[in-house]
Design a protein around this ligand. Structure first.
Ligand code: ADP
Ligand code: MG
Length: 676
């Protein structure tokens, strides 16, 4: 039986090489190929020359009615002229300095010419010639790469469509299709690739976007419903004892922190499984909120686990939490991939026995080997670094633990609720009192000398400094500063007054931890690093962040990096060195200098995204949609969300015939989502 889930290798003429090449575009199945939609269309709609203005861009389809004549003049200059019969008019057509086109212009054949209209001489100044039939008004342009060409994509998509069109089932229920006047799926796919008119192309795009949003929401909400029905633990902690613990915290919680703690504690006590997202800008104090949830959980006799995306972060959390919980019943264990077998085994035993009641670690936490005595709360830090699948695995550890996901990527509230349809959301939208906003400056590359003098001043004043460079190795294709080079330069520049350290992703976790510790202890005053320091690294005495090639980073990432400073009482600075070539890049630099509010940065990021080659777009925590635009089409996304909710809430929806394709779809996608 043919199925859209067949691997692309099933297509005729697609061998292992092509399979591998297609994988670089994330195309693995026939369905991936069929839904690999054009990023834009070349417009081949013919221009009416009788109304064309001088210098207007034109497209004409016509028949070559005279032999082309090539005239050479001057040094390497030439002109190629021929007559073109367009409708019933003969039009002179001239290409400058493209002599090689001569062989393609054959008397009495059909061609398409794109160029400019010269109204004075009544001629077309050609720029592009198409000898293949471009009868279609729109030509699909696919996002290709160096492994897979436009041409290959066109050919394979056509082939996939011809071979599989019979098994393209419509997923959307007819009631919804009628309500919004959407196409059948097969027609939608056909019109996306080979639209008959621009209008139909729009209709197909609308269908595709709605389908994508609807299926996404259906998946999230199916997960959410499953959890609401699950029997969760009632974590019945002693409120008085929790209050006593809060008194030991050396600062007053902000109102936003208090509100979040209350929301979380309400979920903990309730009989259902908590599934909550805690959103808060860098430095807004999520850790202490998490700590209070842990305290409540352990107080009620359960274990808690905290999963972080990197070993540095995990180690740092473990140290911080051990500090916070000193003198309490909470005993902290750190589980990472780089422990010795013996340490590992012993820790696993203690987790199983329950003598350790807070386990901190990387994704090692969700491996099969880890057995918990009674896991009550699972916390995921920087949750967008993990897929839904990994979150799901953690959630399935033990007896339906409550789940708290944390993210430092603020996204506007409506959008958060919509895209994280599976979760409830708590927001810390307030920084602890007394923080000074970080001063951000954008410098051109030829001003980097000034940046160095500034660094010297600050160092002399007792500050510590981060220097960030985008990649650790010279790459042939991208001209970026090399962290190792930078490190050597800085070490020489600052010797003997200040010591410089280097941190990058290729170092072992022990090496990284050692360098971090030295920086924290002020044995190193300057830390040159790649983006490994992006998340979580905490040194309140570090007050200057210098970022090279800053335009190579996305806004979300720049904001994260900037969040490494401004953590103490001193005034902090962020210096961005960049000569952005694109408007987008300039807009990003400008935004950074204008605001330190994470929600504002996020909003701007959303507006700019999709237009530039932003490094690290996945940092946003937003799922990547193929057609739909979660910002521009927010209304549609919200509608799709409501529709998906209504469908799932209808009694026996999954028994109706028309919904069977959706039932199958949900089964197939239980664990996958756009996040993965
Ligand atoms: P993030 O949300 O980025 O994880 P952290 O939890 O690391 O932020 O907190 C940043 C710093 O602010 C920490 O040093 C923490 O002790 C401190 N902090 C957190 N909450 C408060 C508060 N209410 N008042 C003062 N300082 C706070
Ligand atoms: Mg944090």
């Amino acid at each position: 039986m043919k199925s859209l889930q067949d691997p692309v290798g099933c297509l005729k003429g697609v061998g292992p090489k092509t399979v591998e090449a297609l994988a670089t575009l994330d195309i693995k199945t026939v369905e991936d190929l069929l839904t690999y939609f054009p990023s834009r269309y070349d417009d081949f709609a013919p221009t009416d020359l009788s109304t064309a203005k001088d210098r207007q861009k034109v497209t004409v389809h016509g028949t070559v009615s005279s032999e082309p004549i090539l005239t050479r003049y001057g040094y390497r200059r030439n002109r190629l002229s021929f007559r073109l019969l367009v409708d019933r008019n003969v039009v002179l057509t001239t290409f400058f300095n493209q002599p090689y086109l001569k062989n393609s212009i054959i008397l009495n054949t059909h061609v398409t010419v794109q160029g400019k209209w010269d109204a004075v001489r009544q001629q077309i100044l050609g720029s592009k010639l198409f000898t293949q039939n471009q009868e279609r008004e729109l030509g699909a342009i696919y996002p290709a790469n160096k492994h897979v060409s436009q041409k290959t994509l066109r050919k394979l998509i056509k082939q996939a469509y011809d071979q599989y069109k019979d098994v393209i089932a419509t997923l959307l229920p007819i009631s919804l299709r009628q309500r919004y006047q959407l196409m059948e799926r097969r027609e939608m796919i056909k019109q996306m690739h080979w639209p008959t008119t621009p209008f139909v192309a729009k209709q197909a795009q609308k269908t595709a976007a709605y389908e994508e949003f609807f299926l996404f929401q259906l998946r999230l909400q199916a997960i959410r419903r499953a959890h609401r029905q699950d029997d969760g633990n009632q974590i019945l902690y002693n409120n008085q004892e929790l209050k006593e613990f809060i008194k030991t915290i050396p600062f007053e919680l902000t109102d936003a922190q208090k509100r979040s703690v209350n929301e979380i504690c309400r979920d903990l006590r309730a009989p259902y499984q908590m599934n909550r997202l805690l959103q808060g800008d860098v430095g807004s104090g999520k850790t202490i909120v998490a700590a209070l949830a842990i305290a409540a959980t352990v107080n009620a006799g359960y274990q808690a686990a905290l999963m972080a995306p990197t070993e540095i972060l995990a180690a740092q959390h473990a140290a911080k939490l051990a500090d916070i919980f000193e003198g309490t019943h909470v005993s902290v264990g750190l589980l990472t991939g780089s422990m010795t077998a013996k340490q590992h085994k012993q820790l696993l035993n203690e987790i199983k026995a329950g003598t350790i009641n807070l386990v901190v670690g990387t994704h090692a936490l969700i491996q099969d080997k880890v057995d918990y005595a009674n896991l009550g709360l699972a916390i995921i830090d920087e949750q967008h670094r993990f897929g839904v699948r990994q979150r799901q695995l953690l959630r399935e550890k033990g007896e339906n633990p409550d789940v708290l996901a944390m993210t430092a990527t603020p996204i506007p509230r409506t959008l958060a609720i919509t895209t994280y349809g599976e979760m409830d959301v708590s927001i810390i939208d307030q920084l602890p009192a007394g923080r000074k906003p970080i001063e951000t400056r954008w410098l051109r590359e030829n001003q980097s000398g000034a940046a160095l003098s500034f660094l010297k001043e600050q160092l002399a004043d007792g500050a510590q400094v981060y220097v960030v460079s985008p990649l650790i190795e010279q790459s042939e294709s991208i001209d970026v500063k090399n962290a190792t080079d930078l490190y050597e330069k800085f070490a020489e520049y600052f010797a003997p007054d200040y010591r410089v350290g280097l941190l990058h992703g290729r170092m072992s976790s022990d090496e990284k931890a050692a360098v971090m510790q030295q920086f924290k202890d002020n044995q190193l005053q300057v830390l040159v690093a790649t983006t490994v320091i992006e998340v979580g690294v905490d040194n309140p005495n570090a007050t200057v962040m210098l970022i090279y090639d800053a335009d190579r980073f996305g806004l979300a990432q720049l904001h994260q990096l900037r969040g490494r400073v401004g953590r103490g009482q001193r005034q902090s600075y962020c210096l961005l060195i960049a000569d952005p070539k694109t408007e987008d890049g300039q807009a990003r630099m400008q935004t950074m200098t204008e605001t330190t509010d994470g929600f504002a940065v996020a909003q701007r990021d959303l507006e700019l995204r999709g237009s530039g080659d932003v490094l690290g777009t996945n940092q946003s925590g937003l799922p990547q949609f193929k057609v739909g635009d979660p910002i521009g089409d927010l209304k549609m996304l919200q509608t799709a969300r409501a529709d998906a909710g209504a469908l799932l809430a209808a009694p026996h929806w999954d028994e109706k015939d028309e919904n069977q394709p959706l039932v199958l779809y949900l089964k197939r996608h239980q664990l996958e989502t756009h996040f993965d």
